[in-house]
Design a protein around this ligand. Structure first.
Ligand SMILES: O=c1[nH]cnc2c1ncn2[C@@H]1O[C@H](COP(=O)(O)OP(=O)(O)O)[C@@H](O)[C@H]1O
Ligand SMILES: [Ca+2]
Length: 452
């Protein structure tokens, strides 16, 4: 009897220790698992294979796993000024090998988050719709180890701070209720330099320049709706020495340190520039905005940042291109820093550079292509001249092309400079999203190394 009692007493003691111990072991295994997923994610640098253009569903996922390739994902939301986009990146890795970017799923919605500044509750519908794409794409068992991040750009930078924070808080709530891995910093406004640097990482990774020592890097030009970025790796010391404060940035990624020239011009994105050229002010409705970049007989409306403006052409307009380029030059005067070195480097151009060139047939809509500053200028002159007699579907086409051609010259590019325009390289979107995902994974791993 005594023995039994003693045994019972002993069992109770064991279960009192066993319960918290079991809980601790489970927690340890879970944390170790998450750390393991991300540890291999940041070993040296990622590679990309032809499987990037492959089917991606549960069957494909199982095929990779059974082929002894571990699969993991990262989700990046790009909250741009004109739209919100989801990028779902799939990586695979065999034992002891560097991870490979195998696929991207991309979906975009309009308008951008800033359009909901006065009705925050409405912003969640689009975010949830995009999250559903991630749920369909990512196998259920990987949801809780897949990091989910949103970074907002010019649209939210241009909003009053309080309105922007309310929008971000709403998104944070939706993210926290989702089954994915969210950290404290999962939703934020990205600074302009990080935006340029991340896009530079993307394009240099996709062109194979990042992982090949001695290979030249390429520069990156991004023309968004609210801001525009220029980023390149200077090869000559003069550029580093003569650039103003805030234009040179050092960053570390995957054990390498890079010193880049990178600057984001807030307010010089195409939509913000249109407003400036028209003489309007962000957030303030005007009676009517008149511009020499529209044909003299033109009358219409333009919606920008939730305000509808009445727009029209100058009555006495004759040489549209000359008058328009004068006005655009005034707007760009003393705004942009010129560098000599850009003349000698290869550049990729994204976003509205691509869209505009594709719209007027300078490049193939799907495949992209190469063109010069002069091609933009010739197209601008042609469109401005013909739209007087032949009204265009897009009344801004003369203004936009004139703006692009002059902006590129302000950066220091000669008219003969050739640019590459690409929406995708190896079936991956040429956006800052991939570079930012690499950076996020890298920093997550560094944090975890500190914890363990
Ligand atoms: O990932 C992308 N894929 C394709 N086009 C994009 C992507 N990101 C931005 N764009 C294009 O960039 C332009 C607007 O930029 P955005 O809305 O991002 O402004 P912002 O960068 O100034 O915030 C649009 O033409 C949009 O189609
Ligand atoms: Ca953008």
């Amino acid at each position: 009897m005594r023995k039994i009692l003693r045994n019972n007493h002993g069992n109770m003691k064991i279960s009192r220790i066993a319960y918290p111990l079991g809980l601790f072991v489970c927690l340890f295994i879970y944390v170790a698992y998450v750390k393991w997923r991300w540890a291999f994610a940041s070993q040296r640098i990622f590679s990309i294979t032809e499987t990037a253009v492959g089917p991606r569903n549960q069957q494909y996922h199982e095929k990779l796993v059974t082929a002894n390739r571990a699969v993991f994902y990262g989700i990046m939301f790009d909250a741009g000024s004109t739209g919100t986009r989801i990028h779902i990146f799939q990586f695979t890795q065999s034992a002891k090998e560097t991870p490979t970017l195998t696929h991207e799923t991309f979906k975009a919605l309009k308008p951008g988050l800033s359009a909901y500044a006065d009705d925050v509750d409405k912003s969640t519908q689009g975010i949830e719709e995009l999250l559903n794409v991630a749920k369909e794409e990512i196998p259920f068992d990987l949801w809780k180890v897949t990091p989910l991040v949103l970074k907002a750009t010019a649209g939210l930078r241009l909003l009053p701070g309080e309105k922007a924070q309310k929008l971000l808080q709403k998104v944070r709530e939706v993210f926290q209720a989702s089954p994915f891995l969210v950290g404290d910093d999962c939703v934020s406004i990205m600074n302009g330099t990080d935006e340029g640097v991340s896009a530079w990482i993307t394009v240099n990774f996709l062109t194979g320049n990042l992982n090949t020592p001695g290979k030249n890097s390429v520069g990156m030009l991004d023309l968004g709706g609210g801001s525009t970025q220029i980023t390149f790796l200077p090869k000559i010391e003069v550029t580093l020495q003569t650039s103003p404060a805030g234009y040179i940035t050092s960053f570390q990624m995957f054990n390498n340190t890079y010193k880049l020239y990178s600057y984001s011009y807030l307010g010089l994105g195409l939509m913000s520039a249109r407003l400036a050229i028209l003489g309007g002010v962000e957030g303030k409705p005007d009676n009517e905005l008149v511009s020499p970049c529209f044909p003299s007989s033109f009358n219409g409306e333009w919606e920008h940042a939730e305000i509808t403006y009445k727009i029209s052409g100058h009555k006495a307009g004759v040489h549209l291109y000359e008058l328009c380029s004068q006005r655009v030059s005034e707007i760009l005067q003393n705004k942009v820093h010129k560098t000599e070195e850009v003349k000698n480097l290869d550049f990729y151009a994204f976003s509205y550079y691509y869209d505009l060139a594709a719209n007027v047939g300078l490049i193939d809509k799907e495949k992209g292509g190469s063109l010069t500053v002069e091609d933009f200028e010739i197209a601008a002159k042609y469109v401005c001249r013909t739209m007087e007699v032949n009204p265009q579907k897009n009344p801004f086409i003369c203004m936009d092309l004139t703006y692009i051609s002059l902006l590129l010259q302000e950066f220091g590019f000669p008219k003969t400079k050739v640019f590459k325009l690409a929406r995708k390289i190896d079936d991956i979107e040429t956006s800052w999203a991939l570079g930012a995902t690499f950076h996020y994974i890298d920093s997550l791993n560094r944090q975890q190394n500190k914890v363990f």
